[in-house]
Structure formats: structure tokens, C-alpha cells
Write a protein that binds this ligand. Structure first.
Ligand code: DLZ
Length: 158
């Protein structure tokens, strides 16, 4: 989570490996599209900034964040990627659904990440309200999509 000392998009670009020979799969949730669209824009822009060719960035959408688990798993099985990135936004509502979805996606992605031969990067915003999500998807605290791109490049190199 971002703090005033560590905004989501603040990093030393000179320490990011060259990504011109890398290929990435991105799975994006359609739920809260204003937020996930901004996460995707930031993620793609940052991958390209570090050299990834547009044709080597493959984006698939899923209906909601819970489906990110299946989507990421399929992309891993598909092969050909140096890393897979999931992007989603879960906003706390009046029901316990928030906790179930957050826990489910976190555990599901962690499981795939541990078992697969390529890294899976966790770009799920879990916020109390819309404003917090906006702040972290291109607002005053940066863009978690940018952060996920940098993490994916570093982990692909790893
Ligand atoms: C059902 C649901 C709810 C209540 N909230 C969100 C949310 O804030 N963000 C999100 O990405 N998805 C939400 N969903 C949908 C679930 O992720 C999932 O798509 C459905 O439960 C169907 O499996």
C-alpha cells in the first residue's frame, strides 16, 4: 500500500532491466472499469517505457477480480510469457463479499505464483472506497499499474 514516503509509481528507472526482449500477459478485471482501465494504461505505458514492444503485451479481460485466478492460470499454461500480471479493483461494500473476494484472489494468485515457472504479479487494489482506488490508479499516490510493470520486469529478469 502506498504511503507518503513510498508512492506507488516512485522508483529508480535506471535500476529496471531492459525489457525489449520480454513478453508479458496481462489479465484485467472489468469490475470498476474506471479504475482497472487506468491501472492497465499505466502498466502498458511503463512496460513500453522500458522497451517492451506493444505486440509483446497481450491483454485479456475477465468479468470480475475473482476470475483473475482462472485468467492468470490460463495465461501461465498458454506459455510464451516472461511474466503474467493481474489487475483488479475490489472496493469495500456493505457485504462480506469484499473479504471473500480479496482473500480468494490473494490465495489463488499466491498459489499460482508459487507453482508456476514464471512469476505472476499481484495488481489487485483493495480499498475502502472509490477515492482510495482513484488515488492509487493514476491519482495523488501514483499508479499501481506502473508498479506492477516494474515488478514484472524485475521478476522476469530474476
Ligand atoms: C461480486 C463482486 C463484488 C461485490 N465486488 C467486486 C469488486 O469490488 N471488484 C471486483 O473485481 N469484483 C467484484 N465482484 C465480482 C467477483 O469478483 C466475481 O466476478 C463474481 O463473484 C463472479 O465469480
Amino acid at each position: 500500500m502506498a504511503t507518503s514516503l513510498h508512492p506507488l509509481s516512485s522508483y529508480d528507472a535506471s535500476k529496471v532491466p531492459d525489457a525489449s526482449n520480454m513478453c508479458f500477459g496481462i489479465v484485467v478485471s472489468e469490475w470498476n472499469p474506471e479504475i482497472t482501465g487506468a491501472l492497465l494504461d499505466g502498466c502498458v505505458a511503463t512496460l513500453e517505457k522500458h522497451g517492451t514492444l506493444p505486440e509483446n503485451i497481450h491483454v485479456k479481460t475477465v468479468p470480475g477480480s475473482f476470475e483473475l485466478i482462472y485468467g492468470a492460470h490460463q495465461m501461465v499454461l498458454n506459455g510464451g510469457y516472461d511474466a503474467v500480471i493481474i489487475l483488479g479493483s475490489v472496493i469495500r461494500g456493505e457485504t462480506p463479499h469484499f473479504d471473500y473476494i480479496c482473500q480468494g484472489v490473494t490465495q489463488g494468485i499466491a498459489h499460482i505464483n508459487a507453482k508456476s515457472e514464471i512469476p505472476v504479479v499481484f495488481g489487485l487494489l483493495t480499498t475502502n472506497d472509490l477515492q482510495q482506488a482513484q488515488d492509487r490508479s493514476g491519482g495523488k499516490l501514483g499508479n499501481k499499474g506502473d508498479e506492477c510493470a516494474v515488478v514484472a520486469i524485475k521478476m522476469a529478469k530474476f
